[in-house]
Ligand binder design. Structure first.
Ligand code: GLU
Length: 512
C-alpha cells in the first residue's frame, strides 16, 4: 500500500512569516490536498534564544488569512499532538542516547570559549573551523577522553552537548524530487550538535524525530535546508528509520526583483512592496513592516502570485483559484532555479481579482473609506461609483482618488488641466452645453451623450475642446471615467451648480 500523503509546515517562531515561507506552506497544502493527504502545522521552537513574542500567533493568522488550512497542528490539535516542539522536549533525549549507544553520536564538553579559541586558531591559518572527523580527537569529547573521565564529568554536572559522529569518506545520497540525486561526501559534513546543554534538541534531531513520529511522507521545504539534508539522511539511517524516510523536495528561492539574491526581510519596504503577509510590529524595536493584507491585497491574489513563483502550470493560464491550483499542482513542475519577485505583476494580479470580486464586496470595503471621511451616500450610488471606476484601480484603496468628485464638488481646478485645455471661448461653450444638459429630460448617460454630441456636431464645435472644458468644470480635472456617466449620476441640479461655480471661479481667474 502506498504511504498516505502527510506533509508539514514547520516554521520556527523567530519573527514574522516571510512570503517565501507562505509559499512553502502553500505548496505543501496544495500537495496534501491534491493527494487527499494531511497537512500539519508544527512549531519548531527548540532554539529558545531566538523566540519572538507574537511570532507563532502571527504565523497562524497569516496562513488563515491566506486560506491555507491544516488538518492537524499546534492550533487545532490532532492525533500526533503536541505539535509544538518545546512541549515534546522529553521525547528527543532517548533518541540522542540511542545514537550514543550505537556509536553514532558522542558527548562533547567543549565550552564556548574553547570553541572560540579554536575558531581563531583556524582563522589565523586562513581556514574555517568545523568540528569534524578531521579534528574531533583533539577536542574535549567522549571519543577523545576515557570513559571514567566522561562519567565523572557527567556526574559532576559539567555541561555537554551531543554531537553526531559523521563517518569519514562515505557517500551520502539525497534523492530530491526537484533536484534529482544530490551526492555529498561525508567528509564535507561537520559533527553537528544534536542535543544542547540546555536540554533541548537542535533543529536537526527534533525535525527528523518528529517527521518520523508524525509519519510525514514528504518533506517540502526551502532550498536553504538542502545542505542539511545529507545529515538528516544519516540520522534516519542511524535511528534505523531509513525505510520510512520521507521523500525530499527542496523549493527554489524567491529572489529580489532585480539582481540576484534571496528576497530578504529588508527588501520589502526598501523597494516599495511588502514581504510579509500581514503587517508586523517588531516587539523589541517597534519597527513596522508592511503586510499584503493591510496594503489592500486580496488574499486570493497573493496566493495566485506565490503559486506561480516557482511552479508553472505548463499552460498560458495565469489566474487560478485555490481549487484550480490543487488540481493543477505537481512537484514535477516546480523549477530548479529561483524566481524573481515582480511587484508590478503582483499589482496586476490584485487588479484581476478586484475585477472578479462581487460589487457588494468592493462596496463594503470602500464604504469604510467614506465613513472615515464622514460622507453619506446611498448604497446604490456607491455601487455605481465602484462599478464605474474599478477598471482603473489595482486596489480598493485607490477608488477614492478616482472617484472623490462623485462625493464632493471641486473647489479648485487643476492648473495644468486648465493651462492645457481651457481656451478663450471655453466658458461660452460650457455655458451653452449646460443649457442643453439642463433641458434634457431623460438623464441617462446614453441619452445625454446623444443629445450633447448632436448639439456639438450641429454647431461644428470641436468635440474634444467642449468635453475637456466641461469635464474640468464638473470634476476639476481632465481625466476620469466616462463624463456622461458622471453627469447622469450627479443629476441635473448638481451639474448646474458645479458648472455655475466653475465658470465663476475660472472666469475670475482669467480676468484677473
Ligand atoms: N524549522 C525550519 C524552518 O524554520 C523547518 C525546516 C524544515 O521544514 O525542515 O524553516
Amino acid at each position: 500500500m502506498e504511504k498516505k500523503v502527510r506533509v508539514r509546515f514547520a516554521p520556527s517562531p523567530t519573527g514574522p512569516l516571510h512570503i517565501g515561507g507562505v509559499r512553502t506552506a502553500l505548496y505543501n497544502y496544495l500537495f496534501a490536498k491534491k493527494y487527499k493527504g494531511d497537512f500539519i502545522l508544527r512549531i519548531e521552537d527548540t532554539d529558545q534564544s531566538r523566540l519572538v513574542v507574537g511570532a507563532e500567533e502571527y504565523i497562524i493568522e497569516s496562513l488563515e488569512w491566506c486560506g491555507i488550512k491544516f488538518d492537524e497542528g499546534v492550533h487545532i490539535g490532532g492525533q500526533y499532538a503536541p505539535y509544538r516542539q518545546s512541549e515534546r522536549k522529553d521525547i528527543y533525549k532517548q533518541y540522542a542516547d540511542y545514537l550514543i549507544e550505537k556509536g553514532n553520536a558522542y558527548y562533547a564538553f567543549d565550552t564556548s570559549e574553547d570553541l572560540g579559541i579554536k575558531k581563531k586558531e583556524y582563522e589565523s591559518r586562513k581556514q574555517t573551523f568545523q568540528y569534524s572527523s578531521a579534528n574531533r580527537m583533539t577536542m574535549n569529547n567522549s571519543l577523545a577522553i576515557n570513559d571514567t573521565e566522561v562519567k565523572q564529568k557527567i556526574n559532576n554536572g559539567e555541561p555537554y552537548v551531543i554531537r553526531i559522529k559523521i563517518p569519514e569518506k562515505e557517500t551520502v545520497e539525497v534523492n530530491d524530487l526537484i533536484r534529482g540525486k544530490v551526492i555529498v561526501n561525508s567528509s564535507q559534513l561537520d559533527d553537528k550538535v544534536l542535543f544542547k546543554s540546555d536540554g533541548f534538541p537542535t533543529y536537526h534531531l527534533a525535525n527528523v524525530v518528529d517527521d518520523y513520529l508524525m509519519k510525514i511522507s514528504h518533506v517540502i521545504r526551502g532550498e536553504e535546508w538542502l545542505p542539511s539534508a545529507p545529515l538528516h539522511v544519516l540520522l534516519y539511517r542511524y535511528l534505523d528509520w531509513e525505510n520510512e524516510m520521507p521523500l525530499f523536495a527542496h523549493l527554489p528561492l524567491l529572489l529580489k526583483p532585480e539582481g540576484n539574491g534571496k528576497l530578504s526581510k529588508r527588501d520589502g519596504d526598501k523597494l516599495g512592496f511588502p514581504v510579509f503577509p500581514l503587517k508586523w510590529t517588531d516587539p523589541k524595536t517597534n519597527e513596522i513592516s508592511s503586510g499584503y493584507r493591510e496594503s489592500g491585497y486580496f488574499s486570493e491574489a497573493v496566493i495566485n502570485i506565490l503559486a506561480l513563483l516557482g511552479w508553472n502550470p505548463g499552460t498560458e493560464q495565469e489566474i487560478f483559484s485555490m481549487e484550480e491550483l490543487i488540481n493543477a499542482f505537481s512537484l514535477e513542475r516546480v523549477g530548479k532555479s529561483g524566481s524573481k519577485f515582480d511587484p508590478e505583476k503582483a499589482k496586476w494580479f490584485n487588479h484581476q481579482y478586484l475585477l472578479k470580486k462581487s460589487d457588494d464586496e468592493i462596496v463594503n470595503i470602500f464604504a469604510k473609506t467614506l465613513e472615515e471621511k464622514d460622507i453619506k451616500a446611498e448604497y446604490k450610488y456607491i455601487l455605481n461609483v465602484c462599478r464605474l471606476v474599478k477598471e482603473r484601480v489595482n486596489f480598493v484603496s485607490e477608488i477614492w482618488a478616482q472617484s472623490y468628485f462623485f462625493f464632493e464638488a471641486p473647489k479648485i481646478f487643476n492648473e495644468k488641466a486648465l493651462k492645457d485645455k481651457w481656451k478663450e471661448n471655453s466658458s461660452q461653450l460650457v455655458a451653452e452645453v449646460k443649457e442643453i444638459i439642463c433641458n434634457t429630460e431623460n438623464f441617462t448617460a446614453a441619452h445625454l451623450k446623444e443629445t450633447v454630441s448632436n448639439y456639438i456636431l450641429e454647431k461644428k464645435y470641436g468635440m474634444g475642446q467642449v468635453m475637456n472644458a466641461l469635464r474640468i468644470c464638473i470634476i476639476g480635472t481632465s481625466i476620469g471615467p466616462d463624463l456622461f456617466e458622471i453627469i447622469s449620476m450627479l443629476g441635473k441640479e448638481e451639474i448646474e451648480r458645479r458648472i455655475n461655480f466653475a465658470l465663476q471661479t475660472v472666469n475670475a481667474k482669467f480676468i484677473k
